[in-house]
Design a protein around this ligand. Structure first.
Ligand SMILES: [Zn+2]
Length: 188
C-alpha cells in the first residue's frame, strides 16, 4: 500500500468524467488499498479515484467514527434520492475549506464491491452526503459548484455562521445573541 497524491483544486482531472471499470485486476485492488490509505491518512470520509489522478469509477467511503467501516463503490449508479439535508461539506481536493451544500437526505444506489459483486444500498445522513459528493467527482463535478453562499476556511466560525444564515439553516443574528445562541451548530 502506498499513499497517493491527492489532486487539488485547479487540476483539470477533477473536471473530467471517469470511465467504468470493466474487470477486476491486481491494479484495481492496489488502487483501492491506496485510496483507503490516502483517505484515512488525510482524515477524510470519502475519496474518488479521479482525486488521485485515475479516471476510473471507483469511490471509497468510511463515515464511521472508529474508521472501521470501509465501503467500496465500483461503477456506482444512483437509483433514487429522497428528501433534503443542508450542511457543511469539505473535500480532500480543497484542503482547509468548507461550504454549505444541499444534498438528498436519502439515496438508493447500486455499485460493485471490491470482489466485483453487485450490491444495492440505501444510505442516509452523512453516508448519503458522501455518496452524492463522491459520485459527483466521477462526473467531473466538485462540491464548490453547489455551495450556497461562500466557501470558507474550515474552522472560521464567523464565516460558517454567515454561510449557515445564507443557506437558511439558522435565522439571521439577533441583536443580543451570545455564544449560547450558537450552541446548536453542528461540527464535523
Ligand atoms: Zn471531494
Amino acid at each position: 500500500m502506498a499513499l497517493r497524491t491527492v489532486r487539488k483544486f485547479g487540476d483539470e482531472i477533477l473536471e473530467k468524467k471517469a470511465n467504468p471499470v470493466r474487470d477486476n485486476s491486481k491494479r484495481i485492488q492496489d488502487l483501492i488499498d491506496d485510496m483507503f490509505e490516502t483517505m484515512y491518512d488525510a482524515d477524510g470520509v470519502g475519496l474518488a479515484a479521479p482525486q488521485v489522478g485515475i479516471l476510473k469509477r471507483i469511490v471509497v467511503i468510511d463515515v464511521s467514527e472508529k474508521r472501521d467501516t470501509p465501503l467500496v463503490l465500483i461503477n456506482p449508479e444512483v437509483i433514487s434520492t429522497e428528501g433534503e439535508q443542508t450542511g457543511p461539506e469539505g473535500c480532500l481536493s480543497y484542503p482547509g475549506k468548507s461550504g454549505i451544500v444541499k444534498r438528498p437526505a436519502k439515496v438508493k444506489f447500486t455499485a460493485y464491491d471490491r470482489d466485483f459483486k453487485k450490491y444495492d444500498m440505501e444510505a442516509e445522513g452523512l453516508l448519503a452526503r458522501a455518496v452524492m459528493h463522491e459520485t459527483d467527482h466521477l462526473e467531473g463535478h466538485v462540491y464548490t459548484e453547489k455551495v450556497i453562499g461562500k466557501v470558507y476556511d474550515s474552522g472560521d466560525e464567523e464565516a460558517e455562521h454567515e454561510a449557515e444564515i445564507v443557506a437558511g439553516m439558522i435565522p439571521p443574528d439577533e441583536e443580543n445573541e451570545d455564544s449560547d445562541g450558537k450552541k446548536g451548530r453542528k461540527r464535523r
